[in-house]
Design a protein around this ligand. Structure first.
Ligand code: NAD
Length: 492
């Protein structure tokens, strides 16, 4: 079987433990490659390389325009290899080729955008209240950044972090998910080809408890940028706080998809299906709570179920497939357990509810699109993130009730409102506690627009100009241009 070594300091790295972890193809359930099982010794090696690259050598010598040019160059190489990288991601995480290839063709934009911003980072001259001083600010890179990613969209999520970190002048050690590391290992080679100096971008593979934890605790790592579960995010936050490290955390969601009776129902049905079945529900912004105004509840539910029933399941590498497998065996077990939880809580199973038993699904990890009606927002199925194709439908009467249900969750990542009333759309967007609110659409994201969580959904923002600030720190510089120290014992 193919063995994929780590990548540290510009070359393949022979890992200390000598152990390997199987990587599975979710469509067959079979191992297709092995990744190196790293540990604290490999982390030490990678962080030292990243720290050395940050402090001295060509990266440190480069000006911001030169860094921007490298980012542009790597964007072009990603565009060149997008099709190949997409295939690799599908093999590793089972998401649809149509989706991953769309993502990979879009990923270069992060490098062009942040490459363009690299030399626009500038401080201010502060018009001080004190005479005899000139004061200005500098925005300086934080240093070594640990980027810890999940398995659902490895290269897109990585790029949301890597592009601004490099534009800021940081160096990076990446810890991809142990379930889907292959695409990241191929991806970082493009940085070498683009001309990034050794040590600027490094990858250590392995388990979170070994590699991830060692990165978070390493004193030379100044910032952790993480996407994954809220349990792990909480743990990382607590560990990082002990050394006052910066964190960006993109965590879970239980996003409300709210349909009013005045909405264009054809669009809203499509939006509801895309909210829960796209990526087989394995996205942090899955519209897993469908809030339906009572007057349209029955008709909408029927139309949604009719559309969900037509979903073509099967080989994710085929462009015709609409719903692929779930990515990991533990994720499959988690989804099936939540289906039992919902039934036990008294929700009504209106569609699916079982592993898919269709010839086109072979031995893969497939779950039938599943819909529960009669869900109350207090149920676990309405409060906890399933991360699978399981939809909970909750009725409401009016705007106030919709807002109350939408906000009655510890999460706040995404939300959508379907209505033809512009006033209602704006009122709802003001009242919903969520980092993103979509009106008459679902799941739109861009490198230009900030993305992140309210409440337990996270800390910090990715994408857009503000994302760059997550990797910078501000220094205030004071120059005495003629101020006299009248009394050295008193601060002025
Ligand atoms: P996870 O939190 O277990 O793992 C995410 C990453 O963190 C992996 O690389 C993992 O190895 C690493 N990690 C685990 N323990 C760590 C530790 N103690 N210290 C440092 N790093 C550690 O999540 P997952 O297995 O990738 O996905 C599981 C759940 O995460 C999903 O069911 C879903 O709820 C959530 N998720 C959220 C998002 C999002 O964008 N918000 C994306 C993917 C997954």
């Amino acid at each position: 079987m193919k063995q994929l070594p780590m990548y540290i300091d510009g070359k393949a790295h022979r890992h200390a433990s000598g152990r390997w972890i199987d990587s599975h193809d979710p469509y067959t359930g079979r191992a297709w490659a092995q990744i190196a099982q790293g540990d604290a010794a490999d982390v030490e090696f990678a962080v030292q390389a990243a720290d050395a690259a940050f402090r001295s050598g060509p990266w440190q010598q480069m000006n911001a325009s030169q860094r921007g040019l490298l980012l542009h160059r790597v964007g072009e190489l990603i565009a060149r290899d997008a099709a190949q990288l997409a295939k690799l991601e599908v093999q590793d995480n089972g998401k649809l080729i149509a989706e991953m290839s769309g993502q990979l063709h879009y990923v270069p934009q992060w490098y062009y955008y942040f490459g363009g911003l690299a030399d626009k980072v500038q401080g201010d001259a502060i018009p001080l209240d004190k005479k005899g001083y000139f004061n200005f600010t500098r925005h300086e890179p934080l240093g070594v950044v640990a980027v810890i990613t999940p398995w659902n969209s490895p290269l897109l999520i990585l790029s949301w972090k890597l592009a601004p970190a490099l534009a800021a002048g940081c160096t990076v050690v990446i810890k991809p998910s142990e379930f889907a590391s292959a695409s990241t290992l191929a991806f970082v080679r493009l940085f070498e080809e683009a001309g990034f100096p050794p040590g600027v971008v490094n990858v250590v593979t392995g388990y979170g408890r070994d590699v991830g934890a060692a990165l978070v605790e390493h004193t030379l790592v100044k910032k952790i940028s993480f996407t994954g579960s809220d349990e792990t995010g909480r743990h990382i936050n607590a560990q990082a706080a002990r050394q006052f490290k910066r964190v960006s955390l993109e965590l879970g969601g239980k996003s409300p998809n709210i349909v009013f009776e005045d909405a264009n129902l054809d669009d809203a049905v499509n939006g509801a299906v895309s909210g829960i079945l796209a990526a087989t529900g394995q996205t942090c912004i899955a519209g897993s709570r469908l809030l339906l105004q009572r007057s349209i509840h029955d008709e909408f539910t029927q139309r949604l179920i009719a559309l969900a029933k037509t979903a073509r399941m099967g080989d994710p590498q085929s462009h015709d497939t609409q719903v692929g497998p779930v990515t990991t065996q533990p994720q499959l077990d988690k989804i099936m357990a939540y289906i039992e939880v919902a039934k036990a809580e008294g929700a009504t199973l209106a569609l699916g509810g079982a592993r898919a038993d269709r010839p086109e699904c072979g031995s893969g990890w497939f779950v039938e699109p599943t819909v529960f009606t009669g869900v109350h927002n207090g149920m676990r199925i309405a409060q906890e993130e399933v991360f699978g194709p399981v939809l909970s439908i909750i009725p409401f009467d009016d705007e106030d009730e919709a807002v109350k249900i939408a906000n009655d969750t510890r999460y706040g990542l995404g939300a959508a409102v379907w209505t033809s009333d512009i006033g209602r759309a704006i009122r709802m967007s003001e009242r919903i506690q969520s980092g993103t609110v979509w009106i008459n659409t679902y799941r739109a994201v861009s490198y230009m627009s900030p993305f992140g969580g309210y409440k337990d959904s996270g800390v910090g923002r990715e994408n857009g100009i503000d994302a760059l600030k997550e990797y910078l720190q501000v220094k205030s510089v004071w120059i005495n241009t003629g101020a006299q120290t009248a009394n050295p014992f008193v601060m002025r």
